[in-house]
Design a protein around this ligand. Structure first.
Ligand code: S3P
Length: 440
């Protein structure tokens, strides 16, 4: 487990509260907000993004959009207007800092490389440890020229202007960030640019490009999935309605499940490549109800209610569904601690290269809280139900680790001190205020 990061020093003491009852929205989807801002940067005209994600990652993206020549104004209702460049990205005057956001860094590399814009991209101490070869290699196959630390695998990365080519690339890992970087690159190249990924990752970019008038085609192969765009193309300016973030909603549902409460999240994104954790919650014995389905800019949205009237059961989570719930695995590992039986999470080695090594961080945090659990190279196991104890745990600069441990702390017999709790602001400002009042 990597050490605590500078600037992440805050701590929260979480005391167990009563049943958690909730009916309302959650912050706008972070993945969709990044994409809406970056497509608006490229669009010829002004776009309006409603319910833009309020966390630090999405704010960082707006700063990057400005550095690349977009004009950004934030409205008092939480929406954002972006006046785009019509594909004429400006050379940034200074290093572009993606801070904690892997999605921003990788998507930017696609846009900067594709538009042959000289730039240097960096990030915070966590992001500077995350792999970048996975994106620079496929872009390099299409004519991109980059230099970076550790032989081109770590930020800071320099983007050197070079003629761009269309073409087909194959990814070694299913990654929506890398897929999106290639598709954004393809908007600048002449002809068909295609990405083949070994398993289907979240498809927001495909849906959003199509909604913005770009030709996108997808087909599933015997093994894997192929997506293509045709360039040169500009996404058209439009009004984007950002659904509630299913990954933030997961923590709200987690609070309901561990406290014997009930939560309804309104207008939540229910894209099947994001909401597979709802199936797992059901397998664990929770009740899940999905009502009033709608479609916003190609994205399915609904009101979702979760409760767990009886004790949870252990589950096995592995295989092709892993990319569709990768960000919820820290939470599912925490919920497994109150479920009966041995939960196994496998095929999830990607957890090792997220904001922190989430396998090591969750095994450490759960163990300190008294949970019997252990790591695999590609996942973890948890034996439940645990006899929890008061503890001091560490978020390791990772928003989802902080929130997952806080959810489980609701079942602790005493206070759980979470070091680096401020990390939650990366995706879910207001999370700590949502916790039920302590019952003691
Ligand atoms: C994201 C894709 C996923 C996910 C991340 C956001 C995106 O990462 O874990 O939180 O917005 O495209 P990978 O693409 O690296 O799997």
């Amino acid at each position: 487990v990597r050490g605590p990061l500078p600037g992440w020093g805050s701590r929260r003491v979480v005391e167990p509260g009563g049943p958690f009852l909730y009916d309302g929205p959650v912050p706008g989807d972070k993945s969709i907000s990044h994409r809406a801002a970056l497509l608006s940067l490229l669009a010829p005209g002004t776009s309006h993004i409603l319910h833009y994600a309020p966390g630090e990652d999405a704010s960082t993206t707006l700063e990057a959009v400005q550095a690349l020549g977009g004009r950004v104004s934030r409205e008092s209702d939480g929406s954002v207007r972006v006046e785009g460049t019509g594909g004429r990205v400006r050379e940034p005057e200074d290093v572009v800092d993606a801070r904690n956001s892997g999605t921003l860094a990788r998507l930017l590399l696609g846009i900067l490389g594709g538009s042959a814009t000289y730039a240097v991209v960096t990030g915070d101490a966590s992001l500077r440890q995350r792999p970048m070869r996975r994106v620079l290699e496929p872009l390099g196959q299409l004519g991109g020229r980059f230099a970076g630390r550790l032989g081109g695998d770590r930020l800071p990365v320099v983007v050197l202007p070079n003629p761009v080519r269309a073409g087909e690339v194959r990814l070694a890992v299913a990654s929506a960030q890398v897929k999106t970087a290639v598709l954004l690159w393809g908007l600048f190249a002449s002809g068909e640019t295609a990405v083949v990924e070994p398993a289907l990752s979240r498809d927001h970019t495909e849906r959003m490009l199509a909604a913005a008038g770009v030709r996108v085609e997808q087909r599933s192969l015997g093994v894997g999935h192929r997506v293509a765009v045709w360039g040169p193309a500009l996404p058209q300016p439009r009004t984007w309605r950002v659904p509630g973030d299913p990954s933030s909603a997961a923590f709200v549902f987690g609070l309901a499940v561990v406290t014997g409460g009930k939560a309804t999240v309104r207008h939540m994104g229910v894209n099947p490549l994001r909401s597979a954790y709802l199936d797992v919650l059901q397998e664990m014995g929770a009740h899940v109800e999905v009502e009033e389905p709608q479609v916003w800019d190609g994205e399915p949205v609904a009101h979702v209610t979760v409760s767990a009237p009886q004790p949870l059961r252990a589950v096995r989570v592995a295989g092709a569904r892993i990319p569709s719930l990768i960000d919820e695995l820290p939470l599912l590992a925490a919920l497994a601690a109150v479920a009966h039986g041995r939960t196994e999470i496998r095929d999830a080695q990607e957890l090792r290269v997220k904001e922190t090594d989430r396998i090591a961080a969750m095994v450490e945090g759960l163990s300190r809280m008294g949970v019997v659990c252990g790591p695999y190279e590609d996942g973890l196991w948890v034996q439940g139900p645990a006899r929890l104890r008061p503890a001091q745990v560490e978020a390791h600069g990772d928003h989802r680790v902080a929130m997952a441990l806080a959810v489980l702390a609701q079942r602790s017999p005493g206070p759980v001190e979470i070091l680096g709790a401020q990390a939650a602001d990366v995706s879910f400002p207001g999370f700590w205020q949502l916790l039920p009042a302590p019952t003691r």
